[in-house]
Design a binder for this molecule. Structure first.
Ligand code: RIB
Ligand code: CA
Length: 315
């Protein structure tokens, strides 16, 4: 029986690979996607999400537009991720009928979860603004969310500051709400995604699949490698880059692809140097119970093999 999931995305290049993986995997049933402000503005993250589904021939996957700014902070300066994501993805405009659904993403999340059988995994791979707002607006959805699989966070090193990973940093108040919501949470942080890199040779293999998803993934991986090599090269791995969001989706298909520790995790919201840091209490010094399954490693060969198998499929 495929696992049902909803993806909350700030579509950018790795979100796009995650969307295609979720839509094409026979082990998953993608109920819908909600867009959020993050890698670029909500207009672009929404348009990009529609273009992805249209390109792979699945224009009927429901897409809903979400929040256009963080819960409680000013909008982040634009252009931070341009080299790795850009604004518009390198995909053609919609031509197969992919259409934005009416209504706000937060309201659709609430309606969908309240009406569900409690069997839809929630997979946010952008800032957690939509998720936090849905929880605050209608706390009853929590009992209907079986698991939240978040791409975000960092213990060893950040990517947008020394301490913080982008998704958490952009809206730390939202992240704190979600991390403390009481539901089962698996966090796929940089500690794992930076150990599951995709290389330019892998991009060649994706292109050689000859499928729409393979071609798009090759384009996005090569753009990411260019951006990472230019702005934040992976130590000892030039010519390779993380595809963070796709690892979160693959961990739903095969949880063994990541190594996790069940620990107390919270989010710093009020510190000059470390705002947005996921504070990981591996030694339980704070006396709090564990609340997050925090990934500390990942199986790169299996991850790449999963991408090649799934993105070799067509709708
Ligand atoms: O830090 C990586 C995360 O930030 C990824 O989800 C990427 O798409 C951006 O949203
Ligand atoms: Ca993302």
């Amino acid at each position: 029986m495929p696992t049902k999931l909803i993806l909350d995305v700030d579509t950018g290049t790795d979100d796009a690979v995650a969307l295609m993986t979720a839509a094409l995997s026979p082990d998953l049933e993608l109920v819908g996607a909600t867009s959020v402000n993050g890698n670029t503005t909500i207009d672009y993250t929404t348009e990009n999400t529609l273009r992805v589904f249209d390109w792979i021939g699945l224009p009927d996957v429901p897409v809903f537009r979400g929040c256009d700014r963080p819960l409680a902070r000013p909008q982040a300066p634009r252009g931070m991720a341009t080299r790795i994501h850009g604004d518009l993805l390198d995909l053609p405009p919609v031509s197969r009928g992919a259409t934005l659904q009416s209504g706000h993403a937060v309201d659709w999340l609430i309606e969908t979860y309240l009406a569900s059988d409690g069997d839809i995994v929630l997979c946010p791979v952008g800032p957690l603004t939509n998720i936090a707002m849905a929880i605050q607006k209608e706390p009853r959805i929590l009992e209907k969310i079986p698991q939240i699989v978040i791409m975000g966070g960092a213990h060893d090193h950040g990517n947008v500051t020394a301490s913080a990973e982008f998704n958490i940093w952009l809206d730390p108040e939202a992240a704190r709400i979600v991390v403390n919501c009481g539901r089962p949470i698996r966090m796929i942080p940089l500690d794992a995604t930076h150990r599951a890199l995709v290389s330019s040779e892998d991009a060649g293999r994706l292109r050689a699949l000859g499928t729409p998803a393979g071609e798009a993934a090759a384009r996005f991986v090569l753009k990411r490698i260019d951006g990472y090599d230019a702005t934040q090269p992976m130590p000892h791995r030039p010519g390779a880059a993380p595809v963070h969001d796709a690892l979160a989706v693959c961990s739903i298909i095969d949880p063994a692809i990541v190594t996790t520790s069940f620990i107390p995790v919270d989010v710093e919201v009020d510190a000059e140097l470390s705002v947005g840091r996921t504070v990981c209490d591996f030694r339980f010094r704070g006396g709090k119970p564990a609340n997050v399954e925090f990934a500390t490693d990942a199986d790169e060969p299996t991850f790449v093999a999963m991408l090649l198998e799934i993105l070799g499929r067509t709708a």
